[in-house]
Design a protein around this ligand. Structure first.
Ligand SMILES: Nc1ncnc2c1ncn2[C@@H]1O[C@H](COP(=O)(O)OP(=O)(O)OP(=O)(O)O)[C@@H](O)[C@H]1O
Ligand SMILES: [Mg+2]
Length: 389
């Protein structure tokens, strides 16, 4: 598997080096971004993913020039842009709330920026039409915003940014206001547009599905820091921390004591008399007697009435809930060791459920699906209000 942390071999479009942002007010200091190091390649669809308040918008605003970092460097196409105003950076931002001018037509809304910049009228008309065609609104160019659906208004906001022909587009939760169906349609639209124009997109979202479906690569942010960077598959299949495992998809967390080490594979004691194998390499550095956290995705677990084949990791437990979901069935299981676990089982046939509520079962999975998690960092003080100096 390729190293997850290397950017593609293209010109780096955006480089953040040790970037931090603190907001200082009379009430104290808020650390919005603690430390971010990041290289984004030209033409990438790159997402910043994380919960509310983790510093996504602040990071994007620093790239766009709407905030200056307290520490660190921001390079756009190799040149340091700290101190350069937004309109002199080769990037354009689509904001969380896109304010269209209500009294102007779609065409006028998109042309507005060009007119202010003094772009020649014929040239402006050509570029506006091109942008409207790209977002498939060329037939609605004389409508006013209130005569458009939410998704169409969002596309006007997009055309308004694209018409400036930036080298990178910064998008702050551009689909948040849309209902689920429209959002999914717009996700595909955005991907198509990005492919057609071939520019770098930096996309902010707190929706993990959106980030997984759209991105070439993404970072998961937590409390002003990057927890993990990688492709959607890498981040989903190999979460490195408890936070990432819990934030992306559903995870089963198990804590055990390292009982023995066989080469670099570890045998973990997790329950009454049960053991789980953590494969070679994954538990590097673990010592006998030490506690280790691991995670197993629910779709990697099997549920059976009897013990599994040799070589599989196994736990015993009792089924507490069975939920039929159409394409799959979800089983909640209380393991003997005390953990509450979930198993997703594909409904490949229309046969009966493989286990029923109250039944004693075995859960099993292949050792390579036991992922050791990095130990949690020491808890940091709430980023809320550190004492003002
Ligand atoms: N101008 C400001 N002054 C003081 N604190 C701020 C300012 N802007 C942001 N913050 C704080 O910085 C932290 C990060 O904010 P930011 O807007 O970057 O989060 P976010 O990840 O975009 O969240 P959301 O998903 O809710 O949009 C928050 O704690 C926020 O309250
Ligand atoms: Mg935000």
């Amino acid at each position: 598997m390729p190293e997850p942390t290397t950017a593609p071999a293209t010109v780096p479009a955006i480089d953040l080096v040790g970037v931090a942002k603190r907001f200082v007010s009379r009430r104290g200091t808020v650390t919005a971004v603690e430390r971010v190091d990041l290289t984004i390649g030209e033409g990438e669809f790159f997402s910043l993913l994380g919960p509310s308040g983790c510093g996504k918008t602040t990071t994007l605003r620093m790239i766009g020039g709407f905030e200056e970092p307290t520490e660190g460097q921001i390079l756009l196409y190799g040149s340091d842009v700290v101190g350069v105003p937004p309109n002199h950076r080769d990037v354009n931002m689509v904001f969380q709330s896109y304010a269209l001018f209500p009294h102007m037509t779609v065409f006028e809304n998109v042309a507005f920026g060009l007119k202010r910049k003094g772009v020649d009228k014929a040239e402006a008309t050509r570029r506006v039409n091109e942008a409207l065609e790209l977002v498939q609104l060329d037939e609605k160019s004389s409508r006013r915003p209130r005569e458009l659906s939410g998704g169409q208004q969002q596309r006007v906001a997009l055309a308004r940014a694209l018409v400036n022909r930036p080298r990178a587009l910064l998008l702050d939760e551009p689909l948040a206001a849309l209902d689920l169906k429209l959002r999914q349609a717009m996700q595909l639209e955005l991907k198509r547009i990005q492919r057609e124009v071939g520019i770098t997109f930096i996309f902010v979202t707190h929706d993990q599905n959106e980030a997984l479906t759209m991105s070439d690569r993404l970072v998961v942010m937590n409390a002003g820091r990057i927890e993990q960077l990688g492709s959607p598959r890498e981040v989903y299949e190999r979460p490195r921390t408890r936070f990432v495992a819990g934030f992306i998809g559903t995870s089963n967390l198990l804590t055990g004591i390292v009982r023995s080490l066989d080469g670099s594979a570890a045998v973990l004691e997790v329950g009454a008399d049960e053991s789980v194998v953590v494969p070679e390499g994954a538990a590097a550095g673990a010592r006998p007697g030490q506690s280790l956290d691991l995670t197993v995705r629910p779709e990697k677990m099997r549920i059976t009435a009897g013990p599994p084949d040799a070589g599989w990791c196994a736990l015993r437990g009792r089924v507490t809930e069975v939920v039929y979901l159409g394409t799959s069935t979800q089983y909640a299981v209380d393991a003997l060791g005390g953990s509450e676990l979930l198993v997703f089982s594909q409904n490949a046939s229309d046969a009966e459920d493989i286990a029923s509520r109250g039944q004693d079962v075995w859960l099993s999975w292949r050792p390579e699906h036991s992922l050791a998690l990095e130990p949690e960092p020491a808890p940091v003080a709430e980023p809320e209000l550190e004492a003002a100096s």
